[in-house]
Design a binder for this molecule. Structure first.
Ligand code: RAM
Length: 488
């Protein structure tokens, strides 16, 4: 691990103070009237998605409690999560993420503030047992909700009623993920991921405009790096700032466009100058992944290159496209800084020519089995590959190419459509895809949404999926940036 104290100090000086708001469930009065015995449940609805700490005040009726009240609490971002059974989850990421507790209340009445922070709209209380001599009552419930997004800064947006709904949900998603850093999701993993940051920052520039939070995150990544000066895929913020040991080809590279976007949004030359060496170094860091033919190697060498949560996806072609995309940003950055761009330009030409080794006459194919995927074509378009044009994306629609499953990948697809001038199509896709979540009752947009398989999870169980994931706040970015009357 490589620490840079100066960068970490700058990041620390930009730590936001969280804005707090106390919220109570809808219809608390009627919940208060309920006398709860063994087996009874109470479902609280806080009316919207919130992130915060919860306090519950319990009382009783009947005789003096002669045994503890034993309860189970389930917190859910979507109501359907309450139907899931945590005990049957056998997936590959920790059950520890499941927002469920059991509690013994030894003394009644009492007020309990739960130690964890939760991301939720619904809270279900189930009485596992009380004695037959008394009944439990929930007298008060409240959540101190936090965010670092300042609604006073939120720029107004005017579109069609449906677009305004999409934008509102996207803004709320972003709001909930804006805490001490841009978290990927406040339920899980609750940390700063590079790929997520790129998209959150773009939406933030069009909405809450918290430039300092982006700057803080950029300094954090540069302040705690992997060996060899490599930007980590993600980092932990507690108890200390520390880069995770996860290495990802694409996430290291995304530091470059994220810094460039920040500069374009703010004009902050000082930050660009200070962080550019770290950013440009990422180009060198990934060179060992390329063969002498300038083509990125397949997964045995490439390792983890995220791209999307489609577990059957081969990433080789996407990686080549992502590299080109980030190299374009690096070239632009050096031009702004007045640094010699020649070597980077030569590298771009070589890698662009190499991308054609994957061209089969109709599509860019990926890996040994020559897989055709949406992701590969989208990234070749974004990277500026030779055949990366509107026809390529159009042709894809008539294939059974490997699908996209996350709003993260759909963001890139919309970006690709805009790149090739398919504005109307981009709007249609945005409306259909994010509108699907809206129609399913989303308060915030999800980590994963596959219209073909609504219960899909890359983790072996939807109970650990995150339903407020800021890489899905694309509607706020695209609608405001490209489709308002000023933008058109
Ligand atoms: C998910 C995280 C994050 C993403 C990584 C690759 O587990 O929540 O959003 O960047 O995957």
């Amino acid at each position: 691990m490589v620490q840079n104290e100066h960068f970490l100090n700058v990041a620390d000086s930009l730590k936001p103070s969280l804005i707090e708001k106390s919220v109570v469930p809808l219809d608390m009065e009627s919940h208060r009237q309920r006398m709860l015995s063994k087996g009874d449940t109470l479902r609280l609805d806080f009316g919207n998605h919130f992130v915060g700490k919860v306090t519950l005040k319990f009382g009783f009726t009947g005789s003096h409690p002669d045994a503890p009240a034993w309860i189970r609490l389930k917190f859910a971002e979507r109501e359907c999560e309450l139907l899931e059974n945590a005990e049957t989850y056998r997936g590959w990421i920790s059950m520890g993420w499941i927002q469920q507790e059991q509690l013994h209340i030894d003394v009644l009445p009492s007020e309990i503030t739960l130690p964890r922070r939760y991301a939720f709209r619904y809270l279900q209380l189930e009485v596992l047992d009380v004695s037959s001599k008394y009944q439990l009552k929930l007298e008060e419930a409240a959540c101190v909700a936090t965010t670092s997004a300042d609604d006073l800064q939120l720029r107004p947006y005017l579109g069609t009623p449906r677009q305004m709904q999409l934008d509102k949900i996207a803004c709320h998603t972003l709001r909930e993920c804006m805490q001490n850093v841009f978290e990927d999701g406040p339920k899980r993993d609750r940390r700063l991921w590079m790929g997520d940051l790129r998209m959150q920052a773009l939406a933030n520039y069009e909405t809450f405009r918290n430039y300092d939070l982006v700057k803080r995150c950029l300094y954090l990544f540069a302040g705690t790096m992997l060996d060899g000066g490599r930007i980590g895929a993600c980092l932990f913020t507690e108890p200390e700032i520390e880069v995770d040991d996860t290495v990802m080809f694409d996430y290291s590279l995304f530091y470059i466009p994220t810094l460039l976007d920040y500069y374009k949004a703010t004009g902050d030359m000082e930050t660009l100058k200070e962080l550019a060496p770290t950013a440009l170094h990422q180009i060198e860091v990934v060179q060992p992944y390329f063969g002498e033919d300038h083509l990125v190697k397949d997964s045995d060498v490439l390792g983890w290159c995220f791209v999307d949560w489609n577990l059957g996806l081969n990433k080789q072609a996407s990686a080549q496209g992502i590299y080109l995309y980030c190299l374009k940003a690096a070239i632009e950055m050096t031009q702004i800084l007045g640094i010699n761009t020649q070597t980077l330009k030569e590298d771009f030409a070589a890698k662009k020519a190499a991308a054609e080794l994957l061209w089969n006459g109709s599509f860019y194919v990926s890996g040994d089995n020559q897989q055709i995927s949406w992701a590969s074509q989208v990234w070749m378009v974004l990277g500026g590959a030779m055949h990366g044009n509107a026809e390529l994306l159009e042709r894809l629609e008539r294939t059974s190419a490997e699908a996209m499953v996350t709003p993260y990948m759909y963001h890139n697809y919309i970006d690709a459509l805009l790149t090739v001038g398919e504005k109307e199509k981009a709007l249609q896709v945005l409306d259909r895809y994010w509108g699907g979540m809206l129609d399913a009752g989303a308060d915030t947009f999800w980590e994963l949404y596959n219209p073909q398989n609504p219960n899909e999870s890359p983790y072996g169980g939807a109970i650990v999926n995150s339903y407020c994931h800021a890489w899905s706040c694309a509607p706020a970015y695209f609608l405001r940036r490209f489709f308002t009357s000023e933008a058109l």
